[in-house]
Design a protein around this ligand. Sequence first.
Ligand SMILES: Nc1nc2c(c(=O)[nH]1)N[C@H]1C(S)=C(S)[C@@H](COP(=O)(O)OP(=O)(O)OC[C@H]3O[C@@H](n4cnc5c(=O)[nH]c(N)nc54)[C@H](O)[C@@H]3O)O[C@H]1N2
Ligand SMILES: Nc1nc2c(c(=O)[nH]1)N[C@H]1C(S)=C(S)[C@@H](COP(=O)(O)OP(=O)(O)OC[C@H]3O[C@@H](n4cnc5c(=O)[nH]c(N)nc54)[C@H](O)[C@@H]3O)O[C@H]1N2
Ligand code: SF4
Ligand SMILES: [Mo]
Length: 678
Amino acid sequence: MAYTKEQNGVFPAVCPLDCPDQCGLLLQKKDGKIIKVAGDPDHPVTQGNICNKVRHMTDRIYDPKRLEYPLKRVGRKGEGKFERISWEEAIKAIKDRWTHLIDSEGPESILPYGFYGNMGRISAEGMDRRFFNRLGVSIQDQTICSAAGSKGYSYTMGGSFGTDPEETIDTKLFIFWGVNAVSTNMHQVALAQKARKNGAKIVVIDVHKNQTGRLADWFIPILPGTDGALALGIMHILYSENMIDDEFLKNYTVGYKELGNHVEKYDPNTVSSITGVPVEDIYKLARMYGQTSPSFIRIGNGLQHHDNGGMAVRTIACLPALTGQWVVRGGGAIKGNGAFLNHNVKALQRPELRQNKNARVINMNLIGQALLETNQPIRSMYVYNSNPAVVTPEGNKVRQGLVRDDLFLIVHDLFLTETAMYADIVLPATSSFENTDFYTSYWHHYMQIQQPVIAPYGESKSNPDVFRLFAKAFGFQEEAFKDTDEQLIRQSIDDVDNPYVKDINYELLIEKQYVKADRRINLLNNLPTPSGKIELYSEQMERDGYPGLPTYTPIVNDGDLPFLFIPAPNHNFLNSTFSNNEKHISLEKYPRLHLNSKDAEKRSIEDGDTVRVWNDRGECELIASVGENVLPGVVVSQGLWADLPGKKYFVNSLAPDRVADMGGGATFFSGRVDIEKI
Ligand SMILES: Nc1nc2c(c(=O)[nH]1)N[C@H]1C(S)=C(S)[C@@H](COP(=O)(O)OP(=O)(O)OC[C@H]3O[C@@H](n4cnc5c(=O)[nH]c(N)nc54)[C@H](O)[C@@H]3O)O[C@H]1N2
Ligand SMILES: Nc1nc2c(c(=O)[nH]1)N[C@H]1C(S)=C(S)[C@@H](COP(=O)(O)OP(=O)(O)OC[C@H]3O[C@@H](n4cnc5c(=O)[nH]c(N)nc54)[C@H](O)[C@@H]3O)O[C@H]1N2
Ligand code: SF4
Ligand SMILES: [Mo]
């Protein structure tokens, strides 16, 4: 579809970033350029409010550093010396090298590496999947974000199904649990603030009293990786003080009697010694939860980036059932809500195009190890929608892999990212405002559409267009490679086996811009767990090798260095996106290391000192922020910073690449470090 030729006007858009809010936007265009990005006041959930990051989006779209044409490496790997080439040359070079690799070592020597730098469904998992399936390359397991927690939540609830966020305006108790919502889900905070005007209370459970903790009525600091134990302690009190909803439990759950016996051992004293939460606070929290209705828990991604993250989420997800909150308007929980908007994945990705059904699968969290593997090595990697040199754990290993001379690396991005610095070929990508796509939020219930508002920047191309070029170069004749963007969208949504979206189709999306999933359908009658009920006890888990009842297991012993290190996201970047933008850097200033004043005193570290943070995986240098915002023994940084000249901000050089208990998830926050003043 061509972009609108109108040079002036206001055009609807969707925020493409990997953020639950998925705001409706209005782009103001003058003389063919976007001059203002604002919120769409008519969007039912986001209501015209957007974050500061995206208010400055034009700085990114028209950043002079944006890639305009394809490049070929001329210097050493990582040196950053490139030369302009044409698209024809770029596609031919890739096709020739891949053809040679497929002939000599087989297609699985090639690995795609992509994520959700652009949440557009056809940009992130459309023509790319068709092409890579047809080529028969290795399969990337997309585990870096919420794999463990989503799996854990599914054991309890059957999939990513939770409360309708719009209904939380009626909620009386909000628990923000391991989620820095002020920075990462601002419209959930807006809803909580509205509810607060009607008497709602906000509780925040976190390892760091960040801006979300500071707005709470009650902030509960907890030791990292112990949330499962706290949830079990709450259950212990709910059962022993008879605050459970027997009627609901009988009708809608499996295993509530067994769970009651099982949680006897998680008494408040035991739980307090694990979590660092005082006994009286455990009682207070459990009673508040047991006696307030509607109550709502926003389960964050932070608490599941641990060795035991899957089970922690599985456990917390049992709480709303115990007090019968799923039948109360505004009650319940959200880990993710993506399943309400599930589209037709098979029609979009066309798995039947793949002949080698048993192709190897590589967990993206282990990309460092995988790139350094010498047995059946990865010889070529194609990176898009992601910046693995910054965002993956064991970052030094990843970079050692990327710098390999025999790795043919292609990066498709809007910028010369840290990953692109190692590339052999760099391809320029369009921004989402230059593309056609559809979007499905993983928090609110609206499907949205984007039509191109501006012309492609320079010679940049969208992800689907690049894969169409590859398919053509390889001579793939299947109709699947001739589909237009509009056809890809139609195939994804017009005929879907998902009752919540059966009335949504392409025409409706074009007409309305955003369409809501049908939430009149009763979730409790449609739970896709094996029993069709909420599974407090799960037989499936036992078959998969886990305890069938929620159980606390400590995080893995990561050595004997004194601090647990939590390298969390920050307010003004989105993962590594915007970390190369001067405006966003200036808002954030520099990366801080939050530490407790007792720990600081012992090491003679003062607020503002530069501290070296290190372990046997790597090191970085951050600016100390001393106070009471973290517990002793815990240090927290924020933000995935770019490689700025003279700075050592690479926090992921320290993060472990162990995989979590479920889903092959990441364990960014379960690593240990030591610190010293420089
Ligand atoms: N501004 C901004 N917004 C973003 C992003 C961003 O980078 N910046 N990233 C986007 C993406 S991809 C995602 S997945 C989401 C993530 O957003 P969230 O769901 O908020 O998850 P995180 O920000 O990873 O971590 C949330 C909180 O978990 C805390 N935490 C860490 N370990 C523990 C623990 O063991 N227990 C408890 N209770 N808390 C713990 C951290 O201190 C942090 O405050 O945000 C999205 N939105
Ligand atoms: N220490 C630590 N590390 C983390 C996390 C953490 O909390 N702590 N969070 C993790 C999580 S939850 C996530 S989701 C990952 C995210 O990691 P990534 O998915 O790598 O996210 P970004 O760093 O935002 O990189 C996205 C890239 O996609 C590019 N891009 C945007 N649109 C397009 C497009 O249309 N086409 C192409 N080809 N490229 C495009 C952007 O320019 C950007 O360079 O990071 C993980 N890493
Ligand atoms: S990043 Fe999130 S809050 Fe900001 S505009 Fe995009 S969807 Fe909205
Ligand atoms: Mo994420």
